[in-house]
Design a protein around this ligand. Structure first.
Ligand code: CP
Ligand code: NVA
Length: 334
């Protein structure tokens, strides 16, 4: 069996194209043969530590369900109730945890922290999201795309990522372009292109790899004949709540709504979002934004677009579990 034994996944580009395809193919198989996969306790008696310095629903549940299905045990280490970073450094935590667990998942703030964790860990470390990257999200996203296009067609797929082009999900999308040749259009107001370095670097590398990354603030250029429209929140976890006012001002004309989806000139265009999404006022933050900024139309995506026939968001979210299940099997904890 092809194995990424003992590999860490800190960012998507830690994988080769073949390793990525292997993980996606295995995830597709696990999805099809789910009842069999459930009885397949390949990680029986293995132990996985789940460190979450930030909140999570999908990533945490996906790691937990995947581990349960494989017969592995998990320990959830949340932002409180343990010593990590408050009283014990990441290095010392890695030295201890990796001696009693078989793998460590880490969701935190600075990407530097997960690098230290993996440097001092003797078992695989998987990035469950940092401020810079969200690789397991992209495994699920590529699996979702793969359900409509074959691996060999990745280079023909055109995606628009619209909104906050500086964030972790966008960085990982750029990495996906480098690996697979997906064409990515970043659509955002010019003033928010602050991570120019990363964007230009990706452009350079992706063009070498046969992929393409373009950045524009003009929706007419970016959207036409696109296959997928992807967005994410305008203010990410760990960023100051005071940024909302400015971000709404800059980004409101980059909302995914029905009008924007129609501009794709493609009746098969699909909408992707990593979730959670601010599309209504049914959440605490949604209510606060509505009240504080008199903004009632949803944030990065309108309610209509979110629930529209174009939207794949819940299937995409379920694919998190299958992608993570495949990853756990592939890094060879057994
Ligand atoms: N997409 C994602 O990572 O969701 P959670 O924050 O709920 O884990
Ligand atoms: N960019 C978002 C992704 C959440 C899954 C954040 O970091 O909050």
């Amino acid at each position: 069996m092809f194995s990424l034994k003992d590999s860490c996944l800190l960012k998507l580009s830690d994988l080769s194209y073949l390793e990525l395809v292997y993980i996606l193919k295995l995830a597709s198989c696990l999805k099809k043969d789910n009842p069999i996969a459930k009885g397949n306790k390949i990680l029986y008696d293995k132990k996985v530590a789940l460190i979450f310095e930030k909140d999570s629903t999908r990533t945490r549940c996906s790691f937990e369900v995947a581990s349960f299905d494989y017969g592995a045990n998990i320990t959830y280490l949340g932002p409180f109730g343990n010593q990590i970073t408050h009283k014990e450094s990441i290095k010392d935590s890695a030295c201890f945890l990796s001696r009693i667990y078989d793998a460590i998942e880490y969701r935190g703030h600075k990407h530097k922290a997960i690098k230290v964790l993996s440097k001092h860990s003797i078992v695989p470390v998987i990035n469950g999201l940092t401020d810079s990257f969200h690789p397991t999200q992209l495994l699920a996203d590529l699996l979702t795309i793969k359900e409509y296009y074959s691996y060999y067609m990745f280079s023909k797929v055109r995606i628009v990522y619209i909104g906050d082009v500086r964030n972790n999900v966008c960085n990982s999308i750029l990495e996906a372009s480098l690996l697979t040749g997906l064409t990515i259009y970043l659509l955002a107001l010019r003033t928010s292109w602050s991570l120019k370095f990363y964007i230009y670097k990706s452009q350079l590398l992706s063009q070498k790899a046969g992929g393409n990354v373009f950045i524009t603030e003009d929706a007419r250029v970016g959207i036409n004949s696109i296959n997928y429209i992807y967005t994410d929140v305008w203010v990410s976890m760990g960023e100051s709540k005071t940024l909302w006012k400015r971000r709404i001002f800059y980004m409101r004309s980059y909302q995914v709504n029905i009008l924007l989806l129609l501009r794709a000139n493609n009746i098969n265009v699909k909408f992707l979002h990593c979730l959670p999404a601010f599309h209504d006022n049914k959440t605490t933050i949604g209510k606060h934004i509505q009240k504080a900024y008199s903004y009632i139309y949803g944030m990065e995506v309108s309610n209509e677009a979110f629930y529209s026939i174009y939207s794949l968001v819940f299937g995409q979210a379920v694919n998190r579990m299958f992608a993570i299940k495949s990853l756990l099997a592939s890094i060879g904890l057994y």
